[in-house]
Design a protein around this ligand. Structure first.
Ligand code: HEC
Length: 248
């Protein structure tokens, strides 16, 4: 018997000895210190290892009295004149797996007007264009190398609504990385408005495809412009103080 055989026998014996019937049995572990932390870890706790420092035996401390749950924290935007707008942005703390929910329920709180779309364009150029390209066709400089970048202007993707796109920017999708930590929720909605332009769903002043004639008619009978109700002209929607706590 040469060394090669001995090595195999030793490896097999160790290998088989590591397997067991009990799914909770970790078997023989190599360097167990790497799996079982000696210091108390806030996010993992072994049932048989109560924390001796905290009263309740848990490693994770309870939030202090008066802590506001983030989900219920209401965000308002206050303009220069002190007027408040409730953007209700906290409902957009959506889960990664909730794209269908987002598609059905999330509505863009920003009006689709020239100003917002122009801001969305700048943000798109900053965060998306490298991959998706200036026309949204997926041929940005990085996109060419990265490959598999979705064409925003064609097929199913061109039909996606705002909720869907907001979710994709927030959590990423497939090979696209999430952008929640780089782009505030308000800015994400601005990008969504510009993506609608690339998709061919609206033009750069927010007129929906196929709705031009209707809009003109409306103007003739003097109907109020719905979009004026939300945000007055010249208001900068970016308010770092109200958005920076919401990373999702
Ligand atoms: C690093 C490259 C990259 C960047 C930057 C990027 N994307 Fe993507 N995007 C991708 C790739 C790759 C896919 C295809 C994902 C898949 O299906 O695997 C994609 C897919 C999409 C889709 C289609 C998702 C679906 O449901 O099919 C949308 C919409 C989208 N991106 C929007 C954006 C927007 C808006 C931005 C800017 C905030 C952005 N992307 C930034 C690479 C990128």
């Amino acid at each position: 018997m040469n060394y090669k055989h001995i090595t195999w026998i030793v490896l097999l014996t160790v290998g088989l000895a590591s397997c067991g019937q009990d799914p909770n049995d970790t078997g023989v572990e190599y360097a167990p210190n790497m799996y079982h932390s000696i210091p108390y870890e806030p996010l993992s706790q072994k049932a048989d290892n109560p924390n001796k420092i905290n009263d309740n035996g848990l490693n994770m401390r309870k939030p202090v009295k008066g802590t506001i749950a983030r989900r219920n924290y209401k965000t308002t935007y206050v303009d220069n004149e002190g007027k408040e707008y409730d953007l209700g942005l906290m409902i957009y703390n959506t889960h990664r797996d909730s794209i269908e929910w987002a598609q059905k329920n999330l509505k863009n709180p920003l009006p689709a007007n020239e100003e917002i779309i122009a801001e969305g364009k700048v943000l798109y150029e900053r965060y998306c264009q490298a991959c998706h390209g200036a026309k949204g066709d997926g041929n940005g400089k990085v996109g060419i190398k990265y490959t598999g970048v979705a064409n925003l202007a064609a097929g199913q993707v061109a039909k996606y609504n705002g909720g869907h796109i907001f979710h994709v920017i927030t959590h990423g999708k497939g090979r696209m990385w999430p952008h929640a930590s780089q782009v505030s929720p308000v800015d994400r909605w601005k990008i969504v408005e510009y993506v609608h332009v690339l998709q061919g769903q609206q033009d750069e002043s927010g007129v929906k495809a196929g709705e031009e004639a209707e809009k003109e008619e409306e103007a003739e009978v003097g109907e109020p412009d719905e979009q004026n109700l939300t945000i007055p002209e010249g208001v900068d929607m970016v308010n770092p103080d109200s958005t920076e706590t919401m990373m999702n």
